[in-house]
Write a protein that binds this ligand. Structure first.
Ligand SMILES: *Cc1c(COP(=O)(O)O)cnc(C)c1O
Length: 357
């Protein structure tokens, strides 16, 4: 009962027929047409159980990324894998460490396994390796690092993540949650597969929910050391990933054209929206993802909560951040061009509102 339930981004507003939903970092352009075709084709076969080993999906991922398929485990979204890792490796008395504004699911997964979540302060909304290492105790069992992080949109370079791994005891599992890895273009970033290969205590989690825009189907995967893949294959449900998710996921992974379109769209619109909102005098945290965190003043009438209410009246849903301890901020997903223009225009009107008194 100590767990505060996860609250997802809202999708409907009373009295508004056409909402602009920029609250859950879903792909602006929707899924690959090839993924949709694969789904339609699967329909008549829905009475068949899926391949519980996700064999073709894992082979496709292994070929795409140059990894060992035997060390890939698929899940019903990466959320399932984060939970399974906790269920498999922590229990009462153990501590699960994360950074201050890390993804909310880590604390939920830790508590569901009876463990205690612990947070290490960030510096300017970026995870701090020094603070994480300083927060390690003899009870620390797992460290979760979202890289890039949701909801801040910031990232740690490869060398910093390596320094974190090197500073942790060997018996501490480091889980690198790379849900937004595909969006990052920075040369000094890697999702961390090399750390997985270097030992038996690092896992990288990935998802089809963000750049592949298949969040509704639930498909994620973990690249693991062999011993951890073995454990997850024992603790997961035998048919944890649906046939629909597998069929659409394989088709999406093979559709390089759609992937390139989505990435180019994000590369163009994220700086566009960032500049527009910064031009309004709002503080935008530099992001490497498909969302931006926007900070608002404390001045009554101008706060994040006021902006949220203003946007809602105009049919725009973004994500309030109080649950992350960022009550002064809103998180806005990069949408279609039209949606980005609409949210920018609405925020311009908000900033201008009340100026006359
Ligand atoms: C969206 C998100 C996930 C969860 O993705 P699913 O694969 O849909 O479960 C995991 N981690 C972070 C940081 C996310 O933002």
């Amino acid at each position: 009962m100590d767990i505060r339930p996860y609250v997802g981004g809202e999708s409907a507003l009373e009295g508004v027929s056409r909402v602009i939903k920029l609250s859950s970092n879903e792909g602006a352009l929707g899924p690959s047409p090839k993924a949709m075709a694969a789904l339609a084709e699967l329909g008549p076969e829905s009475h068949r159980y899926p391949d519980g080993g996700a064999t073709r999906m894992r082979a496709a991922l292994a070929a795409h990324y140059g990894l060992d398929p035997d060390r890939i485990v698929c899940g019903a979204g990466s959320d399932e894998l984060l939970g399974l890792l906790c269920r498999s490796y922590v229990g009462p008395g153990d501590e699960v460490l994360q950074s201050e504004h890390g993804f909310l699911m880590y604390a939920i997964a830790a508590k569901a396994s009876g463990a205690t979540p612990v947070k290490a302060a960030e510096i300017d909304l970026v995870a701090s390796v020094d603070n994480l290492l300083a927060a390690v105790t003899p009870r620390t069992k797992v460290v979760f690092l979202a890289n890039p992080n949701n909801p801040t949109g910031t990232y740690l370079p490869t060398a910093e993540v390596a320094r974190l791994r090197a500073g942790l005891r060997d018996d501490i599992l480091l889980v690198l949650d790379a849900a937004y890895a595909e969006f990052v273009t920075a040369e000094d970033y890697s999702c961390g597969n090399e750390l997985v290969d270097q030992g038996d205590n690092t896992v990288v989690c990935r998802t089809f929910s963000k750049i592949y825009a298949l969040g509704g189907l639930r498909l994620g995967w973990a690249y693991c050391p062999a011993v951890i893949a073995d454990v997850l294959n024992r603790t997961r449900n035998p048919f944890n990933v649906s046939a629909a998710a597998l069929a659409a996921g394989e088709a999406a992974l093979a559709d390089g054209d759609h992937f390139a379109r989505v990435k180019a769209h994000n590369d163009a619109w994220r700086p566009w929206l960032t500049d527009k909102l910064a031009g309004l005098g709002l503080t935008v945290v530099p992001s490497v993802t498909n969302f931006i965190l926007v900070r608002f003043p404390q001045q009554p009438g101008k706060t994040a909560a006021d902006a949220d209410a203003f946007l809602r009246r105009r049919g725009v849903i973004v994500r309030a951040m109080a649950g992350y301890g960022l009550g002064d901020s809103l998180r806005i997903t990069i949408g279609t061009g039209e949606e980005n223009e609409a949210v920018a225009a609405a925020l311009a009107a908000f900033v201008a509102s009340g100026a006359e008194g």
